[in-house]
Design a binder for this molecule. Structure first.
Ligand code: FAD
Length: 431
């Protein structure tokens, strides 16, 4: 009998909680990965994240094979994968790391039920976050919906054991010894190599110690660029947290935001489609397709907004400060439903993460759990003056800025600000 470890958003061998538990379960371990067509079918065929995942899976396979072990990989529907797996091997247990997204929860439940019907146990472990589910609750035993008290509770609960690594890599000798299995390449899953570059997975004391002072300036490369690695688990959150505790409380605070939004998505999965504050689904958005297209391509005539959108389109990344400004501009200045912007970011961002993207968008729209009041409208011109005073970031992404080729502002800021306040008020208050 074998224990199966099913890799998903945890594509690493070191400090992997579920993998560690599998490897110390007393049975040989068969590692498994599924290229899930229910997810892949919705993506462009040159999606750079898919290339990244494929590369990680290939590297894991090479590593396992070098040790005389193997890696069982399937391309298709997840349930079909498990039916095949159970037919081929005597599977006793299946171990996974917990995923908190609505789609993954539904999929995992389906697999759990199928395995249960076959007498096979499936167990999930906490790996993506420091705290999950009901670990951070308020005095009434309810989930927090405001960040500051959540973060206080989070910090009060945190101790060294929470970032202690699981030494999974030491037990790789317990993998099932077997002949190499099929290798997968882009063509095998119907994809082409994506062209966007994934930033290196490294975390240096230099970045962390300067983070607090520099993180808000988009012209400076002063953030960790770890988003995509945290998303696919190519770095461990415990390792990142340990570094944050040692070097930067400002950086730790951002990791807490990530954990907060994951908890919100877990407790309130409806936010995937609906405003956290239901009243915000009564705003009379203008939803102009033409305006939306100008925002997407970065020709709004507001330089910081345009620079951000072009950075996103060309690199798959946008600086956090500029994410806030572009998102606010779409919802408030153009009165376009936050879901449109959220979907565009989801398609373009390499570090796309449902929980944080949805949280960030609902924050900008004002509809989120801990958002600014609706009448506070970011001024994209003042934001540029404050955070890119020398126009370094703007010139980098909008080379024609300052020439006749650069478009005039597509809306007047004062008019748009008042219109946003009036429209929000009408939807929220005067109903
Ligand atoms: P750093 O500043 O180095 O932070 C380290 C890590 O902390 C990040 O990689 C991320 O995992 C986490 N983090 C940092 N800031 C936040 C935050 N405000 N909320 C939640 N987690 C945070 N982050 C995503 O990971 N995926 C998204 O799809 C995403 N969409 C966003 C959309 C909007 C509208 C906004 C305003 C923010 C969004 N963020 C998202 C949060 C933040 O902008 C990015 O995490 C950050 O810019 C990624 O760059 P970095 O890895 O260099 O982050």
């Amino acid at each position: 009998p074998v224990t199966v470890f099913w890799f998903r958003r945890d594509l690493r061998i070191s400090d992997n909680h579920g993998l560690f538990k599998a490897l110390t379960s007393g049975r040989p371990v068969l590692p498994v990965f599924v290229f899930d067509t229910d997810i892949l079918n919705d993506l462009e065929d040159d999606d750079s994240c898919v290339s990244f995942i494929l590369r990680q899976v290939q590297q894991l396979q090479d590593k396992f094979e070098a040790d005389g072990s193997s890696f069982w990989i399937y391309h298709g529907k997840t349930l079909d994968a498990f039916k095949r797996l159970v037919a081929e091997y005597s599977v006793e247990r299946v171990f996974i790391n917990q995923d908190y997204e609505p789609y993954a929860r539904k999929r995992d439940q389906e697999i759990f039920e199928y395995l249960g019907s076959m007498g096979i146990e499936m167990k999930a472990f906490k790996d993506q976050v420091i705290f999950h589910k009901n670990e951070i609750l308020n005095g009434d035993g309810k989930p927090y919906t405001v960040f500051t008290p959540y973060s206080k509770r989070w910090l009060a609960k945190l101790s060294e054991k929470d970032w202690k690594p699981y030494p999974s890599e030491k037990y790789l000798g317990n993998l099932l010894k077997m002949a190499p299995l099929r290798k997968f390449h882009h063509v095998d899953i119907g994809f082409r190599r994506g062209s966007l570059e994934i930033p290196p997975q490294e975390i240096t004391p230099e970045i962390l110690t300067a983070y607090k002072d520099k993180r808000d300036f988009p012209a400076v490369d002063a953030t960790s660029r770890l988003g995509v690695h945290l998303r696919f688990g190519t770095i461990s959150i415990r390792q990142v947290t340990a570094a944050a505790v040692q070097y930067s409380s400002a950086f730790l605070n951002e990791l807490i935001w990530r954990n907060f939004y994951m908890d919100i998505l877990w407790h309130f999965p409806q936010v995937e489609k609906q405003s956290f504050k239901p009243a915000y689904d009564h705003i009379a958005w203008i939803n102009s397709e033409k305006d939306f297209a100008r925002w997407c391509e970065g020709t709004t005539g507001f330089p910081l907004v345009d620079a951000g959108m072009r950075q996103l389109n060309q690199t798959g990344f946008m600086h956090n400060r500029v994410r806030m400004v572009t998102a606010s501009f779409l919802c408030k200045h153009l009165l376009i439903d936050w879901r449109w912007g959220e979907a565009f970011f989801a398609e373009k961002l390499l570090d796309y993460e449902l929980a944080s993207n949805n949280g960030g968008w609902q924050w900008a729209a004002g509809s989120g759990c801990d958002a600014a009041p609706y009448f506070r409208v970011f001024n994209p011109i003042l934001q540029q003056e404050k955070f890119d005073p020398e126009l370094v970031y703007v010139h980098r992404w909008v080379p024609e800025f300052g020439t006749d080729h650069y478009p005039k502002p597509m809306v007047d800021h004062r008019m748009a600000r008042q219109r946003a306040i009036d429209t929000y008020r009408a939807g929220l208050v005067e109903r």
